[in-house]
Write a protein that binds this ligand. Structure first.
Ligand SMILES: [Zn+2]
Length: 60
């Protein structure tokens, strides 16, 4: 079985962990219609627009 030659410092471990958690986090894009944050490739839940068209009717 392969065994690591050197002990990894706590700093190196934590730096790598932090990078992994950052990559996993959900990407957020901005709605071009109302400017609210939304999930990419999804209808904006704030104004109901997607691809420049009104998809959902949002009750005000
Ligand atoms: Zn919107």
């Amino acid at each position: 079985m392969a065994v690591p030659k050197q002990k990894r410092s706590r700093s190196r471990t934590h730096t790598k962990r932090a990078k992994i958690y950052r990559a996993v986090s959900v990407p957020i894009s901005k709605c071009p219609n109302c400017g609210q944050p939304k999930l990419p490739h999804r209808v904006c839940l704030h104004c109901g627009y997607y691809n420049g068209k009104q998809i959902l009717e949002i009750a005000e």
